[in-house]
Design a binder for this molecule. Structure first.
Ligand code: G6P
Ligand code: MG
Length: 223
């Protein structure tokens, strides 16, 4: 039986990917002399701050150039700039359809938790005015492994006190869909269906996301 929803944040509830990209592009250019492009950006989605830096360094063939403390400094600089970019977020930055969707699942009595790799997630939810919808928020600082490891989505269901088989995970990133599936949950992809082909159900945009369609597909998969 479907009992709860485990949400990714960036790219599902709000479009912070553009701010992450803008902040990384600046640090990469100013500090590392690397010009990143949108295909690198795709690899940063759902990936932790330090792992994102490593992806960029690999892209620029600079994998072993910096010490861990220098890398920590770059990550801090990126985050400071990122925070300045997200500091003006308001409920108008909720992606189309997602407020209605959250209202619908709340009204349906389902549990709702957040499984974002972002340490800034609580701050973003506050800006969007959505904090009260969430019964639980996974603290990414307590995780051992990032997406595509199932840990974060497993925790998202556990915090709702439901089994993975009773949970739907929502994701815009390939690594996130893999994490949901590895956790044994029903995966809803939001974005390019070709990219997210491992999802159990896909919506091209957030505006298309509809609770009855998810319930139907979930029930068909759990006869
Ligand atoms: C999300 C985003 C990633 C980001 C990660 C960490 O998963 O999709 O692009 O790197 O969160 O975010 P943070 O706000 O902690 O740097
Ligand atoms: Mg995401």
């Amino acid at each position: 039986m479907l009992k709860g929803f485990v949400f990714d944040l960036d790219g599902v509830i709000t479009d912070t990917a553009r701010f992450h990209y803008q902040a990384w592009a600046k640090i990469a250019k100013d500090e590392l002399g690397i010009t990143i492009n949108p295909s690198v950006n795709e690899q940063l989605k759902g990936v932790s701050r330090m792992d994102s830096l490593n992806v960029i360094l690999r892209f620029g063939n600079q994998e072993n150039r910096y010490t861990e403390s220098q890398k920590a400094q770059f990550a801090t600089e990126k985050n400071d700039y990122y925070i300045s970019l997200i500091s003006h977020m308001t409920p108008s930055d909720i992606l189309p359809g997602m407020k209605q969707f959250l209202d619908d699942i709340k009204a349906g009595g389902y549990g709702i938790s957040l499984a974002s790799a972002s340490k800034n997630a609580p701050r973003i939810l506050t800006g969007l005015g959505l904090t009260d919808y969430f019964d639980a928020i996974v603290d990414p600082a307590t995780l051992h492994r990032g997406k595509p490891d199932p840990e974060i989505f497993a925790r998202g269901a556990a915090l709702l006190k439901i089994a993975p088989s009773e949970a739907v995970g929502l994701e815009d990133a390939v690594a996130g869909i893999q994490a949901i599936k590895a956790a044994g949950e029903f995966a809803v992809g939001i974005g390019d269906p070709k990219l997210l082909h491992q999802a159990d159900l896909n919506f091209t945009t957030t505006a298309d996301v509809a609770l009855p369609k998810i319930v139907d597909a979930f029930m068909a998969a759990h006869p």
